[in-house]
Design a protein around this ligand. Structure first.
Ligand SMILES: C[S@@+](CC[C@H](N)C(=O)[O-])C[C@H]1O[C@@H](n2cnc3c(N)ncnc32)[C@H](O)[C@@H]1O
Length: 256
């Protein structure tokens, strides 16, 4: 797993302030009903369950639980994103996921889609562990490289796409971390999202220069990368089959 500690979390806030207005249309996966449905089903949240959505953003994941569970709480560090979530949550909290202003053992389910890459992982996992009830479930989803074969090129592109990114994942990284941090019943599956590069580079937060570099990296990509990512060059656009991982686990405890 790659880690770039030099960048402070404020950079994530700056990035998402610029991106907030266009966020909901900035990638195909944002509104992908199949992906959202997979996360919802894995969470197995019932009408008596409390759900925490970490890095809720505009509330796309929170929304799928709203009205079906006891209550949904959204947490995000960026006001411009979080204010768009307020209709889809019962409570919204502006805070860093690494330092949650929440009591111990109160949630049955904690979900987080595409947030971990911006966070101090040990701190956020320890906070999730603290606020979950014993036996509580966690469902995480994030972009990964496919394997060692494509990781260098994938990580370069991911870094240009979002300089606030601190963590660059391979599929096994987060499952291993969960194991080391007192979670059990860890399982993961992949979700491939065919993304238009033009669409995500137009997300209002990527500089002209970074856009140029991203396009060049795709055009000059190795044969392995082109094959693994099933790159398609069509109508002046590039389509990248990006790999996401959905991870499920449980906090050890009573219901184990
Ligand atoms: C790519 S968006 C994902 C939003 C939402 N989970 C979704 O799936 O659409 C990432 C979100 O993480 C938030 N974020 C970044 N660092 C954070 C931190 N340390 N604590 C809480 N939220 C953070 C950003 O403000 C942004 O809203």
């Amino acid at each position: 797993m790659g880690h770039h500690k030099a960048l402070a979390p404020e950079n994530a806030v700056k990035h998402f302030i610029k991106r907030a207005g266009k966020y909901n249309s900035s990638s195909r996966w944002v509104n992908d009903a199949v992906l959202i449905g997979k996360m919802r089903d894995l969470a197995e949240a019932g009408s008596e369950d409390n759900v925490l959505d970490i890095a809720t953003g505009t509330g796309k994941i929170a929304q799928t639980f709203q009205g079906k569970v006891k209550y949904v709480v959204g947490v995000d560090i960026c006001r411009e994103m979080a204010r768009q979530a307020k209709h889809f949550v019962d409570y919204i909290i502006l805070a860093a996921a690494e330092n949650l202003p929440l009591k111990n053992n109160i949630f049955d389910v904690c979900v987080c889609r595409q947030g971990l890459q911006f966070m101090e992982l040990k701190d956020v996992l320890s906070e999730i562990h603290r606020v979950l009830k014993p036996g509580g479930r966690i469902v995480l989803c994030h972009l990964t490289a496919y394997s060692d074969q494509d990781k260098d090129e994938s990580f370069l592109i991911q870094r240009l796409r979002n300089p606030a990114r601190k963590n660059f994942f391979l599929p096994d990284d987060v499952p291993s971390l969960l194991k080391d941090n007192a979670f059990m019943d860890i399982d993961f599956s992949e979700h491939i999202s065919k993304e238009s590069v033009n669409r995500w580079v137009g997300n209002a937060s990527i500089s002209k220069n970074a856009k140029k570099q991203i396009n060049q990296l795709y055009r000059d990509a190795s044969c392995d990368f082109k094959k693994i990512h099933r790159l398609k060059f069509e109508n002046n656009d590039i389509f990248d089959s990006m790999r996401m991982i959905i991870v499920k686990a449980r906090k050890r405890g009573n219901n184990a």
